[in-house]
Design a protein around this ligand. Structure first.
Ligand SMILES: Cc1ncc(COP(=O)(O)O)c(C=O)c1O
Length: 461
């Protein structure tokens, strides 16, 4: 059973190692010692064994099931067959030999699909995001970012020449207004338009599953900076394929194509493919080619990679996203309906055993997203993860520092392949765990830890 393999490996990976390395070179021992700190409190990131389709998947990024169904593979093979004499490698960076016709043609097709002037393909979404945030701002400029943005944006900020980097409260237009106003008041160059501000947000936040109030944020920026020197960069990793017309994303859904300077789309999630896309105008594209280190000092994306991206977009063009989006909506609704109607739900929420922020008013939410966080007390996310795993359900625990302290959770990611029966099983298994926790709290048992956690911690490997 998958749970045995997974949990055995988890236990092995968390055993401290440095003490047994006395005779090894200090170089490696020092590294093991550093990792031991996280091993001891069970917070080390470890590679997980791959699971089969028989495990309930509440984790993978195959949101639309393009990968597991083989649809992306078929579209990819068709794309390869259309270009049987392809040259596999780009054989150079964009500023050298690597700027081949197919790559340019697909970039224009992607730009057209999303209603953008231009597009630029990067090896991954991470690189597209980090590289663009690093390359675009000039000295004297500012980057203002939502406090919940992804690691790739932070990486870009570290490398950027921007003179100011300020965060605003998550999804809070008033907080954005305060931060932008403070920049305006303290630096005349932002008033005269001589310096610019890049505002970094995500369309759908990957930890909370909430949507960015983009309309509102854009209004704030436009009113404060009528000269157009405050512009947005939006990471559409989690909305690509699952939001908007034909899965084109949040900006297309809101009709804000003309208002958003830079959109980063990822093909590694819903499309079941790989690669990142920067949607922008020609000025930004030229700035990337002339200034982004990933464009200048790295070989351009290879033909197979670009063909796999094209294949994913063919599926979107053919309306394949809509079917999956509807299935996801149905499963998420059914899950929320089942869990909130469960006899243990209210008590578990009142006692702080678990909570799902969206659950209260889910019926009035127009677009339920495929990400549903189940908030727990610190450390309990691990207990819930073990409980789900032992019940053949894969949903990962997320702890500090990936989420702020006190915001531990198990993150549920719904897919087109999660039917209503799976949604129901999931809700019931979570509530079974909540009941166990309530019993422990009420002293109805001698145990201080729930059964799945006891089982895992007792494992000898
Ligand atoms: C919000 C966000 N941005 C960027 C990335 C990176 O995308 P990619 O997998 O294409 O590198 C991820 C992937 O985990 C993500 O969740």
């Amino acid at each position: 059973m998958y749970a045995d393999r997974m949990l055995t490996k988890w236990v092995q990976d968390h055993k401290p190692r440095a003490a047994a390395m006395k005779d090894q070179p200090a170089f490696y021992r020092n590294l093991e010692q550093a990792m031991d700190l996280s091993r001891t409190d069970h917070s080390l990131f470890v590679a997980k064994p791959r699971w089969g389709d028989e495990v309930l998947d509440l984790t993978s990024s195959d949101f639309l099931s393009f990968s597991r169904s083989g649809r992306i593979r078929e579209a990819f093979q068709e794309e390869l067959a259309r270009h049987e004499n392809f040259r596999l490698s780009a054989s150079g960076s964009r500023v050298q030999y690597g700027n081949y016709d197919y790559l340019l043609q697909i970039e224009q097709e992607l730009a057209d699909f999303h209603g953008a002037e231009a597009a630029y393909i990067a090896h991954s979404g991470y690189m597209a995001n980090a590289g663009t945030v690093a390359a675009v701002p000039l000295p004297g400029d500012a980057i203002v970012y939502d406090e919940a943005v992804h690691a790739s944006t932070h990486e870009g900020m570290k490398l950027s020449l921007a003179s100011h980097q300020l965060s605003f409260r998550h999804n809070d237009a008033d907080s954005l207004l305060e931060v932008l106003s403070s920049l305006k008041e303290s630096h005349p160059a932002f008033v005269s338009g001589k310096s610019s501000i890049l505002i970094a947000v995500e369309s759908l936040y990957s930890m909370d599953g909430d949507l960015c109030p983009l309309d509102e944020l854009v209004q704030v920026a436009k009113e404060l900076f009528p000269l157009g020197n405050a512009q947005f960069i939006i990471d559409e990793a989690h909305s690509n394929g699952v939001l908007g017309p034909r899965g084109a994303g949040l900006v297309n859904m809101l009709g804000l194509e003309k208002e958003i300077a830079i959109r980063i789309h990822m093909c590694s999630k819903a499309l079941g493919s790989t690669g990142g896309i920067v949607l922008c105008n020609k000025t930004i594209r030229d700035r990337l080619i002339s200034n982004a280190r990933f464009a200048i000092y790295s070989g351009a994306p290879s033909f197979p990679m670009v063909a796999s991206m094209r294949a994913g977009y063919r599926l979107l063009e053919n309306g394949e996203a809509e079917k999956g989006m509807e299935q996801i909506q149905n499963s998420v609704k059914h899950f929320l309906k089942t869990i909130t109607a469960h006899p243990v739900w209210e008590e578990a929420v009142d006692e702080g055993i678990l909570n799902i922020p969206l659950a209260e008013d889910y019926e009035s939410i127009e677009h339920l997203t495929h990400i549903v966080p189940v908030l727990t007390r610190p450390k309990h996310e691990l207990y819930l993860f073990f409980h789900l795993m032992i019940n053949n359900i894969n949903a990962y625990p997320i702890s500090f520092p990936v989420v702020p302290k006190g915001k531990s959770r198990v993150r549920l990611v719904f897919h087109a392949h999660n039917g209503l029966d799976q949604a129901e099983t999931l809700a019931n298994v979570i509530c079974e765990w909540a009941q166990e926790m309530l019993d422990i709290e009420a002293g109805k048992t001698e145990n201080v830890m729930p059964s799945a956690a006891r089982q895992v911690f007792a494992m000898k490997t």
